[in-house]
Write a protein that binds this ligand. Structure first.
Ligand SMILES: C[S@@+](CC[C@H](N)C(=O)[O-])C[C@H]1O[C@@H](n2cnc3c(N)ncnc32)[C@H](O)[C@@H]1O
Length: 263
């Protein structure tokens, strides 16, 4: 599978780190209380699964990912939750389960799919009537930073256009309302979450610039291999993100979208 972030060890570690950095933003409104067994699509190395299992101690989760390597790492990361978590290696465009779930969780996954609407439509028969749904996805067009730094600008454009070429959608978050509505889900609510960093809190600004650098670099191999960026642009992007937080007028802003719905 031609996947933007790849499956190297450093990417698997990044997913764990990322889940910790963004947890307070993502989990503020997520509520699976009352649910017994939920489905997580595109579960990766189990970074979000771990947070969910801690937040909802009575919950069981079936983790689904297309990549065996991710599931092996997830099993390792979730050892302490044995009995509460199951693993399925499937392409979620073609879901197949021998049971029904009372919740659905998806995070940073629909952005990579060729046909997210097919996924939402085909997963419905495996969800209980009234199952809770929470989906968190990127809205990369919302990214704003100041001052305008050419290396970061150029790399970000390449990152997003490459994701589109791979069949994904870097702005899928903003379409979640329509996607869920077309698939027949009910009581759909969309909220935005994210960060606005500036010199009011220089430490926070620095930390989010650092986080962003790791996120951008997760696509480095794929971008270099497909000649979308040069090593010089990669270096300049890194320098720009290092220098941004030193600027007295620096602004760093990003919004993701989170959908809540009922089956
Ligand atoms: C960016 S990772 C997010 C992982 C996890 N949700 C998290 O937030 O840490 C996206 C995951 O989706 C998986 N994925 C991509 N396409 C898939 C598909 N068609 N079926 C199942 N999993 C898929 C990838 O293998 C990867 O592990």
């Amino acid at each position: 599978m031609n996947y933007l972030h790849g499956y190297q060890d450093k990417e698997q570690a990044r997913l764990l780190e990322q889940s910790g950095i963004l947890a307070s933003l993502i989990y503020e409104k997520i509520d699976f209380s009352g649910c017994h067994h939920i489905l997580e699509l595109g579960s990766g190395v189990g970074a979000q699964t771990k947070i969910l299992l801690d937040l909802f101690p009575n919950l069981q989760i079936t983790c689904v990912d297309i990549e065996q390597k991710q599931l092996i790492k997830a099993k390792e990361n979730l050892r302490e939750y044995e009995g509460r978590v199951r693993f399925e290696c499937q392409d979620i465009h073609y879901p197949k389960f021998d049971q029904i779930f009372d919740g659905l969780f998806i995070c940073w996954t629909l952005e990579h799919l060729a046909n997210p609407s097919q996924v939402l439509f085909r997963i419905k028969p495996f969800l209980d009537f009234g199952a809770k749904v929470f989906i968190t996805e990127v809205f990369n067009a919302s990214f704003y930073f100041y001052p305008k730094l050419q290396g970061l600008l150029q790399y970000y454009e390449a990152y997003n256009s490459h994701q589109k070429e791979l069949g994904g959608n870097p702005d899928i978050g903003i379409h979640l309302g329509n996607l869920l509505n077309t698939a027949g889900f009910q009581q759909i609510e969309i909220r935005n979450g994210g960060f606005l960093c500036d010199q009011r809190d220089g430490e926070r600004l620095k930390n989010f610039c650092l986080y962003w650098k790791t996120l951008m670099k997760s696509a480095e191999d794929s971008l270099l291999k497909s000649d979308k960026v040069t090593p010089e642009i990669v270096l300049q992007m890194e320098r720009d993100l290092d220098s941004l937080s030193d600027d007295e007028n620096a602004v760093f802003f990003y919004q993701f979208a989170q959908a809540k719905a009922i089956n």
